[in-house]
Design a protein around this ligand. Structure first.
Ligand SMILES: *Cc1c(COP(=O)(O)O)cnc(C)c1O
Length: 246
């Protein structure tokens, strides 16, 4: 089933459910190719810029995990879910968080994917403790080393990990990366492989940690990411259609 089988009309109830089913099928096929159980892969539907009604429709179709990259928009949607009585959604904060806004990342969220500096980690931990919480978080790694990308360098992360793991307000659960957008999904494979190898090394050196998650792969390359060990894929466009902006 391809996107071309459906008119790009987002008012059509069937459109979103069909797009979701198509992505779920592709997740399952990629898992099968890699000899993995699709049940160990979480599909996060990235709803940024999309109206709450689309989230409600997808939730009705069985989608549980939703991700937003801006904290303001994440909170708006969390509030709207509460107002409208839409329960059971697991919310993911996936975008860059300025450390001065760390307080906004403490909330009813399943996972914060994008802890990309020691400063943010420390502030988030402090704010979480003050709120009587422990924030479930992933450490974002800049695998490619591109200057424009956020995240710890692999060497920097290994050096900081003893301190990061000691932060009482954080429950670190793994690694996340944003791959460079490539025209060919295959070109992203080495990035995903490097993140996977880094996680393997971290598991050996820091066995006291909880290293269950690898959050990697988006619309363009989620199947390659699953073949390379992703436990979480973050997919927006393939489910919701194109975004107007950003
Ligand atoms: C927007 C976004 C995605 C999803 O991108 P698509 O290409 O639309 O699937 C995934 N992760 C992050 C951090 C994003 O900001």
């Amino acid at each position: 089933m391809s996107t071309h089988d459906f008119p790009p009309n987002h008012d059509n109830d069937l459109f979103l459910a069909a797009q979701l089913a198509a992505v779920q099928a592709r997740v399952a096929q990629a898992a099968a190719r890699a000899g993995r159980d699709p049940a160990e892969i979480t599909l996060v539907a990235v709803s940024k810029t999309k109206p709450f009604g689309m989230i409600a429709e997808l939730a009705a179709a069985g989608q549980v995990d939703f991700g937003e990259n801006r904290l303001e928009e994440l909170w708006e949607k969390v509030d709207e879910a509460e107002r409208t009585g839409l329960a059971g959604i697991r919310w993911h904060a996936i975008g860059t968080i300025q450390s001065r806004k760390s307080k906004q990342a403490v909330g009813p969220f399943a996972l914060v994917h994008s802890v990309d500096t020691r400063k943010l980690a420390e502030r988030l931990s402090r704010d979480a403790e003050a709120a009587g919480q422990r924030v479930a978080a992933l450490l974002e790694v800049n695998v490619s080393g591109e200057e424009s990308k956020h995240g710890f360098t692999p060497a920097g992360l290994l050096a900081e990990l003893p301190d990061l793991l000691a932060l009482p307000g954080l429950h670190i659960q793994g690694l996340m990366t944003m791959a460079t957008l490539e025209s060919e999904a295959e070109a992203t494979r080495p990035t995903f492989q490097r993140l996977r190898l880094l996680l393997d090394e971290i598991r050996q050196r820091f066995p006291q940690g909880d290293w269950r998650h690898l959050s990697m792969g988006m619309t363009n390359d989620f199947e390659v990411a699953i073949e390379e060990g992703a436990t979480i894929v973050r997919v927006g466009t393939a489910i919701f259609g194109k975004r107007e902006m950003g």
